[in-house]
Design a protein around this ligand. Structure first.
Ligand code: FES
Length: 242
């Protein structure tokens, strides 16, 4: 769990909110609801708009661009909003506001429900990487050795063959996983191109190392494989390719 100082509490008046850049390149929104501080991702999950440009009425956050709304206590989507806000645990100590950020592995749907001990083993195998705008993470035909878990930023995918590709959508939220071919049998090559659309950080794990841990931890292995098949099915139903 990382503890990051964000600001002094005095910078944010009651019923106010403000966006801050962190050292990792992500933005954090701090909201003062009068009796409590809350912290969320700084950018709207719809498009790259700072949420402190929007409105806050004491209980509901509203993005001014297309009026998506969220519950300030939970970050849950309200009204028109199609995605929740990522919410951070907060510490308010001696007039200073800190956020606590857990490993992206814990937020990853693939690893939902597995024990802290197994998460710890996987975390020890993960390399943290930062990439700038337009950095190519992999291309069609590259070896599919590693899987990636997004900590912050955004990645664009194109799928297809080298001469014919199409866009396959965006990833927006911490904990989303891609490059899952690294966990599959007989899928040695990428079928998609992955490019950073903004400065992004990832956890990167070697597929064969993850499989080795899961083979030694069969209960976790069963859960992960079940969740992987659910994720693949969902993406095949929509756009696929990651
Ligand atoms: S950019 Fe925020 S709702 Fe569209």
């Amino acid at each position: 769990m990382k503890r990051i100082r964000i600001c002094s509490a005095s910078e944010i008046p009651g019923q106010g909110m403000k966006c801050y850049d962190t050292a990792t390149g992500s933005k954090v929104l701090v909201v003062n609801s009068g009796d409590q501080f809350h912290a969320f991702q700084g950018l709207c999950p719809h498009q790259d708009v700072c949420l402190d440009e929007g409105f806050f009425d004491g209980s509901t956050l509203t993005c001014h661009q297309h009026l998506w709304q969220w519950d300030v206590k939970t970050g849950e989507a309200l009204g028109l909003a199609e995605a929740p806000l990522e919410r951070y645990e907060i510490e308010h100590v001696d007039g200073e506001i800190f956020v606590l950020q857990s490993s992206a592995l814990r937020a990853c749907e693939l690893f939902k429900g597995i024990s802290d001990a197994v998460i710890g083993r996987l975390d020890a195998l993960a390399r943290r990487e930062e990439h700038g705008v337009a950095a190519a993470l992999y291309d069609i035909g590259d070896p599919a050795d590693d899987l990636y878990i997004l900590e912050s930023g955004r990645v664009e995918f194109e799928i297809g063959r080298e001469d014919r590709t199409r866009m396959a959508g965006f990833m927006l939220r911490k904990g989303e996983m891609f490059g899952w071919a690294a966990l599959l049998q007989d899928q040695p090559r990428r079928i998609a191109r992955a490019t950073c659309m903004e400065p992004s950080t990832f956890l990167r794990l070697k597929g064969e190392d993850v499989l080795k841990v899961l083979a030694e931890e069969p209960a976790a292995g069963f859960l992960v494989m079940r969740q992987l098949s659910t994720l693949i099915t969902r993406h095949l139903r929509t756009q696929g390719g990651k």
